[in-house]
Design a protein around this ligand. Structure first.
Ligand SMILES: [Zn+2]
Length: 268
């Protein structure tokens, strides 16, 4: 049984990939990739995944894979939108939850984060919180994380903190310009607290390596670049008229997804 929490995997000198999962093919490919690389991995179910399939199914699916894996696997809820969602996730078998109160005033973010930490820690489940707004490519604007607010929020006992330092969600090109000074300032304000960068697909591989070497970032959320591999390999499988059933078509994506995820994991 290798179900892990964030503190179990984020303490080392390297960063761990938080990989966005939208289906069974990705989940098993990412665990295969982690095993092949001999590294831990974080499987993440976000709002889109939960709107498509019940949270309870994601929790159990991640758990089954984690229990059979030879490397630590964190079963993580991404962007939990409130106490209730995080509580349901803990009941469903997730070993880690993110509560995202970044859109709220600090005192309100603090209050809900504290309730989530108390509830989750009592169940042995870790918590990621967020401060500042990580915007979306072509969508919502970002708002930088304030180091003083990070100090305040860290008093809740969170296990990791997602920050906004130039990273953006849903970038299809690795063009994000990371503010290293801001990352250093946040890291110095909350020593020992692992930081998280969402929007990892927008950060070039060499920049990811520099971030890990120089800062407290220990988790990168990566989705878009792997979803692009899924789409391309699925389109490829569809070209063969002899393959027509669900398993026949979708299983063709597992190999390419595993290869791409191995590259991501190796680069962190
Ligand atoms: Zn995010």
């Amino acid at each position: 049984m290798t179900v892990a929490t964030l503190p179990d995997v984020l303490g080392g000198p390297r960063a761990v990939a938080g990989l966005v999962v939208l289906g069974w093919e990705e989940a098993r490919a990412f665990v295969d990739a982690a095993e092949a690389e001999g590294r831990a991995v974080i499987l993440q179910a976000g709002p889109g995944a939960r709107a498509y399939m019940p949270l309870e199914v994601w929790g159990r699916m991640f758990r089954v894979l984690a229990e059979a894996a030879s490397v630590p696997v964190v079963c993580h809820l991404d962007h939990g939108d409130g106490f209730e969602t995080c509580h349901r996730a803990v009941e469903a078998g997730f070993s880690s939850v993110m509560y995202d109160g970044s859109a709220l005033p600090l005192w309100q973010n603090f209050e809900v984060t504290q309730r989530v930490v108390d509830m989750a820690h009592a169940a042995g489940v870790s918590v990621e919180a967020e401060l500042g707004v990580v915007g979306y490519a072509g969508g919502a604007a970002s708002q930088a994380t304030d180091p003083a607010e990070a100090v305040a929020l860290s008093a809740t006992g969170i296990d990791a903190l997602a920050v906004s330092v130039g990273n953006l969600h849903l970038m299809t090109e690795a063009e994000a310009v990371i503010d290293f000074n801001a990352l250093h300032a946040i890291g110095a304000a909350v020593p020992g607290l692992p930081l998280v960068l969402h929007g990892g697909s927008g950060i070039a591989a060499e920049v990811r390596r520099r971030i890990v070497a120089e800062t407290a970032v220990r988790k990168f959320n990566i989705g878009t670049e792997l979803r692009q591999v899924f789409g391309a390999s699925l389109r490829n499988a569809m070209l063969d008229p002899a393959i027509y059933d669900h398993i026949g078509i979708l299983s063709r994506t597992v190999g390419p997804l595993t290869e791409a995820a191995r590259g991501v994991i190796r680069g962190l």
